[in-house]
Write a protein that binds this ligand. Structure first.
Ligand SMILES: Cc1cc2nc3c(=O)[nH]c(=O)nc-3n(C[C@H](O)[C@H](O)[C@H](O)COP(=O)(O)OP(=O)(O)OC[C@H]3O[C@@H](n4cnc5c(N)ncnc54)[C@H](O)[C@@H]3O)c2cc1C
Length: 275
């Protein structure tokens, strides 16, 4: 497979990481199985020991209308999808105007804003293992059980792009920091908010080196100035420990931590108290 050298301190939204070689997937007959796929790194914290990495080639960056459905390649950026929908007066993708990522990352995370999620209008997903209808994929809040590279997704088309919704999403973003981050650090536990819990254990505005749980929104782990992976991990573990000790709630990472020491079943970021 072709390789591309990426400087993650520039490429990732949290601006952390070194230069790493990333394999570029053209077709699924290539050997992708031992690699971890990345999109545009808006939800990723990369460490010093990442697994072998993979990204989709540019040929998966497209949008087309076919048989009154929308077919979108998984390397297509969210902003491009939002602009396409505006131009063609298509509803329900307005939230993508203010949500960074590529279609593959959005589908894998079932990304969304409030009740607007990428799975809402989904018909099917084409992954390296075949084509799957929405109901054949387990999915929920920031979760799917997809285990191989997503290549394309097909969506229902409903007409009526709504400019007011774009404004609403813009407003919803206003309490979020513009400082580099990877979005929400933890998933909201059922019936609660990760930001509230982080604040309740005294970590809102808590800084270690260049990293901080933002004063604007405590669930955003922000890179104020040359923050490092170790500083980010220290803060993540401190929040998990303090919140568990006080509330008996384990904060589960929403950001994907890409470092072999912190991945898989035995990751120290997993809940050790879970039976
Ligand atoms: C400022 C900011 C605000 C954000 N706000 C929100 C928000 O409101 N709601 C929300 O849901 N998210 C939010 N995010 C997170 C981020 O926008 C989403 O998670 C987005 O889906 C990430 O897409 P990506 O292409 O950058 O994926 P990456 O960050 O590169 O990867 C994320 C995950 O998706 C997987 N993945 C990526 N591409 C593929 C593929 N082709 N096939 C299979 N798996 C793949 C990766 O393996 C990884 O596990 C925010 C991020 C930032 C920086």
């Amino acid at each position: 497979m072709k390789k591309q050298r990426i400087d993650f301190s520039k490429f990732s939204s949290i601006k952390i990481g070194d230069f790493f070689d990333v394999s570029v997937l053209e077709n699924c007959d290539e050997n992708y199985k031992d690699c971890y796929i990345i999109g545009s790194c808006n939800n990723i914290l990369i460490g010093t020991n990442p697994p072998p990495l993979l990204k989709l080639s540019k040929k998966y960056d497209y949008i087309k209308i076919e048989n009154n459905t929308l077919k979108i390649g998984a390397a297509t950026p969210s902003g491009k999808i939002a602009s396409f929908c505006k131009k063609h007066n298509i509803a329900n993708f307005e939230f993508l105007s203010h949500l960074p990522g590529t279609l593959g990352g959005l589908v894998f995370m079932n990304a969304g804003l409030k009740e607007f999620e990428i799975f809402n209008n989904l018909i099917s997903v084409n992954i390296c293992e075949g084509n799957f209808l929405k109901d054949e994929i387990e999915h929920g809040y920031r979760f799917t059980n997809i285990k191989s590279p997503i290549l394309e997704a097909t969506f229902e088309i409903e007409s009526g792009f709504c400019k007011e919704r774009v404004e609403l999403f813009k407003k919803m973003r206003q309490n979020q920091p513009s400082t580099p981050s990877a979005g929400s650090c933890f998933k909201n536990p059922l019936g609660d908010y990760a930001g509230r819990l982080i604040e309740a254990v005294g970590l809102k505005g808590f800084r270690v080196g260049g990293m901080e749980f933002s004063l604007e929104h405590a669930n955003f782990l922000v890179n104020l100035e040359n923050g490092t992976f170790n500083e980010a991990i220290y803060l993540i573990q401190e929040a998990q420990k303090r919140v568990y000790n006080k509330f008996k709630i384990w904060l589960e990472c929403e950001i994907a931590v890409l470092d072999t020491r912190y991945m898989g079943k035995n990751s120290p970021l997993n809940n050790p108290y879970k039976k």
